[in-house]
Design a protein around this ligand. Structure first.
Ligand SMILES: Nc1ncnc2c1ncn2[C@@H]1O[C@H](COP(=O)(O)OP(=O)(O)O)[C@@H](O)[C@H]1O
Ligand SMILES: [Mg+2]
Length: 371
């Protein structure tokens, strides 16, 4: 029997639930050429949402191109990936791509590889030279192609926070913004995790991407939606879970999208016909156990005060700079509390959500609470 839950990668179709409002808003932005910035912690569902909307909006007149810049470490990696992806997706034939390179990327030498794939006999790479003009030509490529093909493009760039880590990132950002702001046929959907990085890039008045587009913060999927989803996924596969148990799945992992699906999958796979409380307990214990090597490694690199700070959050301590909390959790001084918080946010272990500190990974909180 096929598993009715999926996690660990972008999902579509029957695995996708909810996000009606966000889908509508994103769809509207794509259709109207409005730039979008989409922000949420990791594995809440950004990539899934963008891919779903992208597949529903594609026509001959509106083409969506998806680029994941996670592997990029410096601007040259970005330019290379950007140009190659756009050529590949905008132009089906390699002859057209070669022609476009000659016409629009005048400073760049194409590198042609014979590919084992019989449909695309050749793959085309690009040799960037350090010429000033080539980045600008590359950034203008979608706009040039859109004019040529008489269509509009939406360029979706995933893991965009990565560019904040480039050396000399500020100049790179300035260049992107300067070129892209003149585009009329191409709009951009820039999305990524690590809220502190993304928020900084797009809401800091002194940075180039300030007010670049519609900033969307993706929220968690509500418990009610999840419960309906889980119950019906069990039903469709002739197994039974009651709403209270589905609710426990959500609560355990604080509605974290990927973990809800992972825990639901564990519960489902342990169940023959009806979910029992023993199955629920085992599944939760196994979810924590499966992740524990990772958590061991992560926490071994934290200082003792940082760990005590995390324990304080788990205990529900709201005001960590008070004398009471500082003494109780041995956090030294309030300046130290501020420094710890900053360091843990920078390492993406905690983040601020609706004015509250939360664990980026709710299962890490479960694991720590048990220790
Ligand atoms: N709309 C959704 N409905 C159901 N599950 C989802 C949804 N969005 C995300 N998920 C779950 O979360 C996981 C991670 O989603 P993904 O889109 O890769 O997140 P992100 O891009 O924010 O890191 C998916 O594999 C899936 O298990
Ligand atoms: Mg993603």
């Amino acid at each position: 029997m096929n598993c009715p839950f999926q996690f660990g990668r972008a999902i579509t179709d029957e695995f996708f639930t909810d996000r009606h409002e966000e889908s509508q808003r994103l769809l509207g932005n794509f259709q109207n050429g409005i730039n979008t910035i989409l922000i949420s912690p990791r594995r809440w569902g950004k990539t899934s949402l963008v891919k779903k909307v992208a597949s529903s909006v594609e026509t001959n007149e509106l083409k969506v191109i998806y680029i994941d810049v996670f592997p990029c470490r410096e601007p040259d990696d970005f330019f290379q990936l950007f140009a190659e992806t756009i050529l590949r997706h905008a132009l089906p034939k390699w002859q057209q791509r070669l022609q476009a390179i000659g016409e629009f990327l005048t400073q760049i030498a194409p590198r042609i590889n014979v590919s084992p794939d019989p449909i695309n006999e050749f793959s085309i790479g690009l040799d960037l030279n350090k010429d000033e003009k080539s980045p600008i030509e590359i950034l203008n490529l979608p706009e040039q192609l859109a004019t040529r093909l008489n269509c509009n493009f939406v360029i979706c760039i995933d893991e965009f926070q990565q560019i904040g880590e480039f050396k000399d990132s500020l100049n790179f950002q300035k260049l992107l913004r300067t070129v892209w702001q003149h585009h009329t046929r191409t709009s951009y959907c820039l999305f990524g995790s690590q809220k502190h990085l993304m928020q900084h890039l797009f809401t800091d008045k002194s940075l180039p991407f300030y007010k670049f587009g519609d900033v969307m913060y993706l929220n968690k999927i509500a418990t009610e939606e999840w419960v309906n989803f889980i119950v019906s996924r069990f039903q469709n596969t002739a197994k039974k879970i009651i709403p209270e148990q589905a609710q426990t799945i959500c609560q355990t992992v604080e509605n974290h999208s990927s973990y809800v699906q992972q825990l639901a999958w564990l519960v489902w796979s342990y169940t023959t016909t009806v979910v029992t409380s023993e199955i629920m307990e085992n599944a939760i214990a196994d979810l924590v156990a499966q992740n524990s090597p990772l958590f061991e490694e992560l926490t071994s690199s934290l200082t003792a005060p940082q760990l005590r700070f995390l324990k304080a959050i788990i205990a529900g301590e709201e005001k960590l700079t008070t004398q009471f909390a500082i003494e109780k959790y041995k956090l030294n001084t309030s300046a130290n509390v501020v420094a710890i918080k900053k360091a843990l946010i920078k390492r993406d272990i905690i983040e601020v959500d609706n004015n509250r500190l939360i664990f980026t990974d709710p299962v890490l909180a479960l694991w720590l609470a048990q220790k």
